[in-house]
Design a protein around this ligand. Structure first.
Ligand code: ATP
Length: 212
């Protein structure tokens, strides 16, 4: 009898830093979509996000490892960090497909991505390699953004799936960086070990500095 393909979720992002929004949503997406595993893949450098305060890739990776600990079914990949340069999702999915040829890939991202997905490098190939699911996010009118995407790029928009989430989590890494720079508390917004890493490595103390 043919075995059911492993359902592999891939959650990409800057994770600058990882926060409880990422973690809670990854777990919910996993349960709702019946994923066996979710791999969180921090990018080295995002082609669409120049000019933000970016902690070194090794720190962002380490914070993800600290956040997940030995959480079952969730893991971190250093694929994009090892590759260096601009991180293109299509290359990551090609690599994961090669490493897990029998798996069925689902790429997860927040609903804000609906405004840029049609500009992602080789988006058509991304949609061949993976099911793409966008997760509802406060601040983005997902339905309207999806309709706009369908208007701009019908072939892309029609294939992207929108996943309504049980809860909206109003947290962003931008807010966390801004709070650290302003000397305000980030307690309970990120896992304790992530907060400890931010403090011990003096990350995000300046609100605007050059990328390292
Ligand atoms: P920033 O504030 O720096 O843009 P972020 O909080 O959006 O950071 P990313 O690393 O860009 O974090 O997030 C990785 C992925 O998770 C992205 O696809 C993003 O849209 C999604 N995401 C992050 N936070 C949320 C949230 N609170 N709700 C839904 N999706 C989210």
């Amino acid at each position: 009898m043919k075995q059911k393909a492993e359902q592999l979720g891939v959650f990409g992002g800057t994770f600058n830093p990882v926060h409880h929004g990422h973690l809670i949503l990854a777990r919910e997406a996993m349960e709702r979509l019946g994923l066996d595993r979710v791999i969180l893949v921090p990018n080295f450098c995002s082609p669409l996000r120049e000019g933000e305060v970016l902690a070194p890739a090794e720190d962002r990776l380490e914070m993800l490892r600290l956040a997940l600990g030995d959480e079952p079914g969730m893991e971190v990949s250093d694929l994009e960090v090892r590759r260096g340069g601009s991180s293109y999702t299509v290359e990551t999915l090609e690599d994961l497909k090669q490493a897990h040829p029998d798996a069925s890939l689902t790429f997860l991202c927040g609903a804000d991505s609906l405004t840029t997905l049609d500009r992602w490098v080789r988006i058509e190939r991304i949609l061949e390699l993976a099911r793409v699911c966008v997760l509802a996010r406060p601040g983005t009118e997902a339905e309207a953004a999806h309709a706009d995407l369908i208007r701009r790029a019908p072939g892309v928009g029609a294939k992207v799936e929108r996943l309504a989430m049980t809860r909206m989590i109003d947290l962003s890494a931008t807010e966390i960086r801004e709070r650290v720079a302003a000397g305000r508390s980030i307690r309970w917004m990120v896992p304790e070990a992530v907060e400890a890493h931010i403090r011990s490595e003096s990350l995000y103390l300046q609100s605007l500095n050059a990328n390292p």
